[in-house]
Design a protein around this ligand. Sequence first.
Ligand SMILES: Cc1cc2nc3c(=O)[nH]c(=O)nc-3n(C[C@H](O)[C@H](O)[C@H](O)COP(=O)(O)OP(=O)(O)OC[C@H]3O[C@@H](n4cnc5c(N)ncnc54)[C@H](O)[C@@H]3O)c2cc1C
Length: 516
Amino acid sequence: MGIQHRKRINEVTIIGGGAAGWIMALFLVTKLNAHNKKNVKVTLIESPRIPHIGVGEGTITGFSNMLQELGVPEHEFMVASDATFKCAGRFVGWNLNKQGKPTSFLNPFIAGGDLEGVPTYHYYRKFGGDGRSYVGVTQPTEQIVLNARSPKKIGDAPYDMKTPYTYHLNAAAFSEQLANIARKRGVKYIQDELQKVIVDEEGFISQLNFEKKKHYPVQLVIDCTGFRSRLLQDALGEPFMAAGDSLLVDKAIPMPVPHADPNRIMPCTTARAMSGGWMFEVPLYSRLGSGYIYSSQFKSDDQAWDELRAQLGERVPKDASPRVIDMKIGRVRNTWVKNCIGAGLSSGFIEPLEATALYTIERTARLLVNYFPENGIDELGIRQFNSILNAMYQQLHEFIVMIYYTSNREEPFWLAARNDIKVPDSLLEKLELWQHYLPSSDDVDNRFFFTHWTWYFMLEGKGWFNGRDYPGGGRLNYQAWKNYLAEGKQLFDRVPGALPSHRQYLDAMHEYARAQ
Ligand SMILES: Cc1cc2nc3c(=O)[nH]c(=O)nc-3n(C[C@H](O)[C@H](O)[C@H](O)COP(=O)(O)OP(=O)(O)OC[C@H]3O[C@@H](n4cnc5c(N)ncnc54)[C@H](O)[C@@H]3O)c2cc1C
């Protein structure tokens, strides 16, 4: 496979200034121009008229590594972005128990660990957990979340991850913060609206025409124009692979409200099943981000708005009117085409459940740094970049389909989500295997966020493994498990008393920031 474009690349043009545009800009300017070098000039151009999507408040683990690597002080980030800690996803009502009552469970970020070389879930399945959940017996997360504690003590070092956590953040404030840092590091910022994309005879984008600047030649261009995807899909015609046949939700109504109890800020995102989809509850420092994610096949916008208001009660202002967002669920066939790379919503969105969109942007940025075409664009780098991102999107898609598919709710939306959708073969194979064997690290592609632990926690919470007899009992030491349970109980019962409330920690951090 030969070189496609021999020209050296020392300029990158990013179109769009939402979270995707600024994460890409900050990553590239920081990583490619380390040690005060000026290898690559980064310019970000955004329309002064077209607003950002303005939602996207949950993150997943790894996010703190990104902030650290980019040299963003934790307290500055948290204060500027109205951020809080997130120790788990809490799923409420996604499944019903034998009595038909909704269940709830946590999907934490800490692995369950091994005992005598065997994953502890083998013991849990064989011997039980003395009436406690699997999360409850393996880690402090349940005590932290249910008691609204901070995962760390006041005065602990920034980014101290003894108890892993990530964050909830205000999307608009976060983008603004990244923009300020990126501009200080040399990213050139221009406000102008893209009107036309000129593609040369080899299929490369050669020039962009803006409202003010009519002719803007480009070397490498990053499409961060959101769902519009003005370059990758519009101009280059890269096909969009819609996921509507397997994921039914396609609309969102965000509705930020005051906290029900400002002293009880939960360190988790809650995903609450609703009759036509699900509702998110993302606690920020100053308010609760909430909203309904639903399927237009099963709910009109008015019905969804009524259901959301009923759930939130008097916290919704009387004169509030719904902002309905159309979500394009799926992804482009290839994220990098010729000299154009998509990042953020322009390249794909596998819906908000699991809050993976900012992660996909980070992953795209990291890969672009790895395969940056300094010596000219070549097919090998593009192929590897696309193959990794395709595998990532495939895994996100499979995992999220699983969360709906394994529900046992009976409303029409939920029946359709398990009976009328196209289930990926790879998912059916996993679920069949895990009726007979417990998950193992060899069963999944552990390169990405959803490791075998994540799969296990989710399916355990949904009751998937209940009532099945799994092999491997001969390897298990019952006494060791009894000791493990007793030691864990002693340790985790102390957690609520040993940690400040989430609110106290955040107040102290804001106070510290004001005093600086
Ligand atoms: C309901 C909902 C909930 C979500 N929840 C989460 C979550 O919990 N966690 C998570 O990680 N993600 C979440 N997301 C996704 C997240 O919001 C996005 O991935 C993130 O905000 C990045 O958006 P973006 O930058 O790609 O696009 P946008 O924010 O839409 O930005 C597009 C940019 O392109 C510019 N632009 C567009 N056209 C032109 C033009 N012609 N010329 C110049 N500039 C142009 C605009 O001005 C803007 O600056 C959610 C999304 C939705 C819809």
